[in-house]
Ligand binder design. Structure first.
Ligand SMILES: [Zn+2]
Length: 298
């Protein structure tokens, strides 16, 4: 069903007036959560009364009172829902996002608290894998977090290997995805290709052996001479920008943490021409995604 109050745009004045209180944010969450249909989480009943807490709903059958934040990524948030909305707005609409240090300064919160919330946001920014890249796709890998020298192969120590795929469209570039991989083997590439690239796509890689076995499943895969990136210029500009952004916001981080940053970068990148609905989409994902326990340390 169409939602009447869907927030659109990146204008921060409009944003501030739309979400000037916790109540406005809770109303937005309740609308997102139950707009399609209400169903009690405990017993599945579909009729409700107004609940006791603001914008909560109480099941007519089992009397379970559910708040708009229950069982969402906003569950047990350490700061107000209004602050959570403002952080989500900044991270989704600012071209380069915001580091936990910047968030900590701006919202007067502990950096660790910001870091934890940002980690949740990055989880919500993961690709749904529902829209694989199509058409002409350029693929390559790069190292991050260490020396670039040495043979292509495994991630070693602080050095992490990342594979990236970029859609080439008429007059420019389309969407892109990236994934941290253990090594430059066909097996590692395969899970990335299966998740993000259409079987009919025309895929161009360099002559690295690891790509060869993928031709069985991706019949339009072509290998060209790379000549230090000169063969795939758009992709190498993309990698350069991505690396620059990564270097600016973090130094050494775990593999899972790096994947979070890659997801964040591409969530924004792939919507750079649809910024109108990017905030709403992020909030929607945070409502639909289950709450996550933080087990990752940087
Ligand atoms: Zn119930």
């Amino acid at each position: 069903m169409r939602r009447k109050n869907q927030f659109k745009g990146v204008n921060s004045i409009k944003f501030h007036s739309a979400f000037s209180s916790d109540d406005a944010c809770l109303a937005y969450l309740a609308d997102l959560k139950w707009n399609d249909a209400y169903s009690c989480r405990k017993c599945g009943h579909d009729k409700f009364y107004k609940g006791f807490k603001p914008h909560s709903r109480r099941c007519m059958k089992c009397k379970y009172d559910e708040s708009p934040t229950a069982n969402t990524m906003f569950d047990k948030c350490k700061f107000s829902i209004q602050v959570a909305f403002h952080i989500a707005f900044k991270i989704s609409t600012k071209k380069k996002g915001m580091s936990s240090m910047e968030l900590s300064e701006e919202f007067e919160l502990r950096q660790k608290t910001c870091w934890e919330f940002k980690w949740k946001i990055q989880q919500a920014m993961q690709s749904s894998c529902n829209y694989p890249l199509n058409g002409t796709i350029h693929v390559d890998e790069f190292y991050i977090g260490g020396e670039e020298e040495g043979k292509r192969g495994r991630s070693k120590g602080k050095k992490k290997l990342v594979v990236v795929a970029l859609e080439i469209v008429e007059g420019g570039v389309g969407r892109a995805y990236a994934k941290v991989i253990q090594d430059a083997s066909a097996n590692s590439f395969k899970s990335f290709f299966n998740a993000h690239i259409s079987k009919d796509a025309r895929i161009i890689t360099d002559e690295w052996n690891g790509y060869k076995p993928l031709k069985k499943e991706f019949s339009r895969l072509e290998q060209v001479k790379s000549d230090r990136g000169a063969g795939l210029p758009e992709l190498h500009i993309h990698i350069m920008n991505l690396k620059g952004w990564l270097r600016g916001i973090h130094h050494h981080c775990s593999e899972e943490r790096l994947q979070g940053y890659l997801d964040e970068y591409h969530f924004r990148y792939n919507r750079r021409n649809n910024m109108d609905t990017i905030f709403d989409l992020l909030i929607k994902r945070m409502v639909r995604n289950k709450p996550i326990r933080l087990t990752i340390v940087s």
